[in-house]
Ligand binder design. Structure first.
Ligand code: ZN
Ligand code: ZN
Length: 276
């Protein structure tokens, strides 16, 4: 059967937050996941819920070894089994592979270097190093027919490679983890507050908004605010910070913003491709 015509690049953020992260990206009858931090059952339930019951999963790209990004990997790997005569590969850096929590390793780990460009179906995928307190964490850039999506979460600060990555995107899944005031006044112990706000922790709303402003490229159309803290953030605060950044940049009319959620998937976001 010939591959389906490329019409849209479709993105659904299935889960986003400290208890599980997973994003599906599809085009032309092929699909991939970024992170497997929810159960295989939840992956399918959430794809069903947004009208993507037959969404293919040809590969999984893991950002880092924290449980909220890998805890579904083992079971998902065995459920997906063999696809087109090949076990579905889980791509990750060697550092991530070495530090996967016990019992969470998928069947087929494919180690990637930071210079690698991977091809899966119509997708060209590459990792970008990010600062986070794990062995070798990355963001992922997924390009298809000239349209690019980035999944950029779990980073303590902006770096030049991250700014470069964001500048070329059509759709950014970008961490807006915490409101600094809520974090500092909230219930977490001091050491945890320091970890979260540290250079290898998570982006605050303010940091993420500054990053969005300073990296805003001409192609950007969609932003999904990701990895919002339940205790230390509110969607309304994250959305206000992001919208302020877009207003400052004069881009509020062309960029749509929504917040990802730990409880429910975003609807499929469709980006038109040239072919079709
Ligand atoms: Zn995380
Ligand atoms: Zn993390």
């Amino acid at each position: 059967m010939p591959p389906a015509a490329l019409q849209d690049l479709t993105v659904a953020v299935l889960a986003s937050g400290s208890n599980g992260n997973c994003t599906w990206i599809g085009a032309g009858g092929r699909g991939i996941l970024v992170d497997a931090g929810i159960s295989a059952r939840q992956v399918q339930l959430r794809l069903d819920a947004v009208g993507l019951p037959a969404a293919p999963i040809d590969a999984v790209f893991v950002t880092h070894e924290h449980r909220d990004h890998v805890q579904g990997a083992r079971v998902l790997s065995s459920r997906l089994g063999s696809h087109r005569g090949r076990t579905v590969p889980f791509y990750m850096t060697a550092g991530t592979a070495r530090h996967l929590p016990p019992g969470m390793a998928p069947d087929a780990v494919e180690e990637v270097g930071i210079e690698d460009i991977l091809r899966v179906g119509p997708f060209e995928v590459r990792p970008v190093s990010i600062p986070h307190d794990t062995a070798d964490p990355v963001a992922w850039r997924v390009a298809c027919d000239g349209v690019s999506v980035g999944v950029v979460t779990d980073l303590g600060r902006a770096t030049p490679p991250v700014v470069d990555l964001l500048r070329g995107l059509d759709l950014a899944v970008l961490e807006f983890n915490h409101d600094l005031e809520m974090l500092l006044e909230g219930p977490y112990p001091w050491h945890l507050k320091q970890r979260i706000r540290g250079n290898q922790g998570h982006l605050s709303n303010e940091q993420a908004a500054d990053l969005l402003y300073s990296s805003l490229g001409p192609r950007l159309k969609q932003v999904v605010l990701a990895h919002l803290s339940e205790e230390n953030n509110r969607p309304s605060r994250a959305l206000a910070a992001a919208r302020n950044a877009l207003v400052r940049a004069g881009a509020e009319d062309r960029v749509q913003v929504r917040a990802g959620s730990r409880y429910e998937p975003t609807p499929p976001i469709r980006l038109p491709l040239r072919e079709g």
